[in-house]
Every structure is written in C-alpha cells, then in structure tokens.
Write a protein that binds this ligand. Structure first.
Ligand code: SF4
Length: 437
C-alpha cells in the first residue's frame, strides 16, 4: 500500500514540475512515507527522519513531508510540536496536503482540497513517475482504503481510518492508464480486500470488480491480476469460482490465520476458529486447482501459552501452505491488546517460537517446490538481477533464468531445473511466446 501511495506522490510532484532524485542531499522536497505496523518500523522511520535534520539546517528551503501511518488520519498536532522541522504532514494514501503546500505556499491542516485531489491522481488515471515508467512490469492498485475490523493487536484502523472502497470506474481508469504505460500485472490492494464494495450501495463485490477488471476494454495489456489481503470471514464461494474461472486471475491467495488456537484467536478478535480456517483452505484447494496459499502468523500474543503456540505449529504443519509471513507480537499504543492485556511473553521466547515456525515452514516449502522440478511453468519476467532474469509463476513462486535476451514484461514457458525453499531456477523453452487470452 505504501509503494502505491508513494507512486501517487511521485506522480503529483512530477505534475507540478519536479523530477525524481534518490539522493536526499540534492532534493528540494523529501517525502518520508512511513509504516508503524510494528514498533521497529516506527523506530526506523523516526531515525530516518532525524537523519534529515542536518539537511534542513543547511538548506532551510528544503520541504520535508512526513506521510503515512506515523501521521495517521486523526490530525498531526502532537507530531507538529515534536517535529517542528517537518513542513507537511500527510495521512496515508493522500498526497493532497503536500500538493496544497507546494501550490499555495502555506502550511495547511490535513485536508484534501478538490484541486489537491485532482493534482494528486486520486480520482482515476495514474501516470507513473518518470523513473518508473517503462521500468515496472507490475503495479499495485489500492481498491479499499482503511479497515473497520479492529483486531485487538492492530494499529492500522487507527492510522488508516475506516474502510472506504474506491468506485469501480476509478479502479478501471487507473488500470487502463497503467496498461497503457506497459504494466502487465496488477495487484488489487485492501487491508481486507474481500470486503471490497460493502460500503458502496448497489456496487459490485470483489468478485464483480475482478470480472470487470478482467474484461475491461483498454486494459487488454494486463496479463495477470492478483489481489490481497483477504480475511477468512469474507472469502466466499463466488470469489473462489471467479478466481478459478478467469484465466488472468492468478491462483494465489493471501489469507492470514494469525494464530492457531481458538482462545488466542478470540483474544485477537479475528472472528473465526482454527477449524473454520482449515475448512476454508480445504474449500479453496477444492475449487481453485493448484492454488498456492499464503498466511500471516503472529507469535507471542499476550498470554499465548506454550500449548496455544503448539496449536499454531500444528495447523501450519497440517495445512502445508506455500508462504507464512511470520511476526513477533509488537505492542502498539492505543490498541485493545496494549490497553487491556499484558505483553507477558519475553522477547527471547517470541524469537524461539518464531524460529520454530520458520524452520517448519522452510521444510514445507522446500518440499512443495520440489514438485515443480522438471515442470513447465509460465513466468512473467520483471527485471534482471545480477545477470539473471527474475519473474514469478502464477502461484507467485520466484523464478530465475539466465538469458541474454531482454525478457522484461514477457510471459514465457520455462522448465524448472532447480528448486529451493525461497526460489527456483529454470531455463527458457524454445517455443513461441504464450498469448494471454
Ligand atoms: S483486518 Fe488486518 S488491517 Fe484490519 S484490523 Fe485486522 S489485522 Fe488490522
């Protein structure tokens, strides 16, 4: 989401006549787009911000814009006092305050004027920043901003605000403009993407939106469509059948479980049980053939006992999912978990549980990937990294291929020659390029 937000800021600045530099000391405007999902991310953002202070002292005309979840949607008064050298504070997904500041030359409160919204490409078309145009193969398209779920550990609803779905027309217009700029793959984003449309009366749900995007005129150059992140409670059969039935929709689902123990899940207020998650995985696998599934897990949630952690271990061992994004619980100020629960698991114990799951998952994925050995898979190539082309399979597996040809943006069948837990190697087949339907 932050990558997509930063692209909007870049587009807005170019629209105003600025050009990109990746050297802070050369910049007239510096935008620091922040994440605070864990304390370590917040510390990193604040550290980076203070590293900009000498530049501001040298050049008082330098504009520093702090953006994203560190600012949040509820106003930045406290931050303004604490960080007087920051010129503009922007909430997540909104370049409006920066555009207002640069165009009107005065510090404004967090708001999006109509003009700012238009300059900020929030209403449809998106022109990628010049340094990315023609370089990117994949792009992220936010379709739902914010989240109204309020899991007890999560700070995102406080910082990104309530759930707001973008109108279908805006999403399609943006994807068309991305296709015209050479983008081949789009990933539709939402904190709970499968709740798309629930706040739009008579609007389509996510399955409906995916059908519209799949068949959109002017977006034929888009060869692959993905979406994330799903919530188990909203991932229904219509969505499964839509993924299974449309060729451009990739068989890869990101649906977090977060914990395997029912009491921990209840304490997290996730809204489902371990068995319901197991049933969902079974259903997805039955309806979407060869689908890969990714999950998120937090270890060391307040009060999580060894027995409760082992429930998580067992679920992961049983389900044999393709990816597990693991995190150690991090207390976030203002959340229900921080206010009402005791963060009583030591850092060492959190790390021990993390490592146990990591080791388990590494073995599982190594075995899953072995089945690709000798197989032909379609890979969409993104970029060359150290003499090897990097791309992804429909199931989102990372593949490297050695080739002197320019493969960027091409969808090609390859033969897998080596597999490991985190990537595969493959060779090109001497066949004509696949034509996407
Ligand atoms: S659904 Fe996701 S974003 Fe929303 S509160 Fe829960 S963890 Fe946070």
């Amino acid at each position: 989401m932050n990558v997509a937000d930063s692209q909007r800021v870049g587009s807005s600045l170019e629209h105003l006549g600025y050009t990109f530099t990746d050297k802070a000391e050369e910049a007239d405007v510096i935008v620091l787009n922040t994440c605070v999902v864990r304390q370590s991310a917040e510390d990193k953002a604040l550290g980076r911000l203070s590293s900009l202070l000498p530049l501001k002292r040298q050049n008082p005309g330098l504009v520093i814009n702090l953006m994203g979840c560190l600012v949040g949607v509820r106003g930045a008064d406290k931050l303004r006092e604490r960080l007087p050298y920051v010129d503009v504070f922007s909430p997540p997904s909104d370049p409006g305050p920066l555009v207002s500041f640069l165009t009107q030359g005065e510090i404004r409160a967090i708001e999006s004027t109509e003009t700012a919204r238009r300059f900020a490409y929030m209403d449809g078309d998106l022109i990628l920043p010049g340094h990315e145009r023609g370089q990117l193969v994949s792009a992220h398209v936010p379709v739902v901003y914010g989240c109204s779920h309020a899991c007890t550990f999560c700070i995102i609803p406080f910082r990104r605000g309530i759930e707001r779905s973008r109108p279908v027309g805006d999403v399609v217009a943006e994807i068309r403009s991305l296709a015209a700029q050479g983008i081949r793959e789009v990933t539709l984003l939402g904190q709970i993407v499968d709740r798309y449309g629930k706040d739009i009366p008579d609007g389509p749900n996510l399955a409906g939106l995916l059908r519209v995007v799949h068949d959109a005129q002017g977006a034929e150059g888009i060869q692959r469509i993905r979406f994330l992140t799903s919530h188990p409670n909203y991932f229904g059969e219509e969505l499964m059948d839509t993924v299974a039935g449309l060729p451009k929709l990739m068989p890869h689902i990101e649906v977090p479980i977060q914990a395997g123990d029912d009491q921990v899940l209840a304490n997290m207020k996730r809204g489902y049980t371990q068995q319901q998650y197991r049933d969902l995985v079974e259903k997805i696998r039955a309806r979407i053939p060869d689908c890969s599934i990714a999950t998120d897990i937090i270890v060391g949630f307040p009060g999580e006992t060894e027995a409760q952690f082992m429930e998580t271990y067992r679920v992961l061992a049983d389900l044999r999912l393709d990816v597990a994004h693991l995190a150690r619980y991090s207390s976030r100020e203002g959340t229900v978990a921080t206010r009402r629960m005791d963060d009583n698991i030591s850092d060492e114990e959190k790390m021990r549980r993390f490592r146990m799951l990591e080791e388990l998952q590494e073995g599982i994925v190594a075995e899953i990937n072995k089945k690709y050995l000798g197989q032909t898979v379609e890979v969409l190539f993104e970029e060359k990294v150290k003499n090897r082309w990097r791309g992804r399979t429909p199931t989102n597996k990372l593949v490297f291929v050695e080739s002197e040809e320019n493969l960027k943006g091409r969808l090609l069948p390859v033969t897998v020659t080596w597999t490991g837990p985190w990537s595969m190697q493959a060779s090109l087949q001497k066949q004509p390029e696949l034509i996407s339907l």
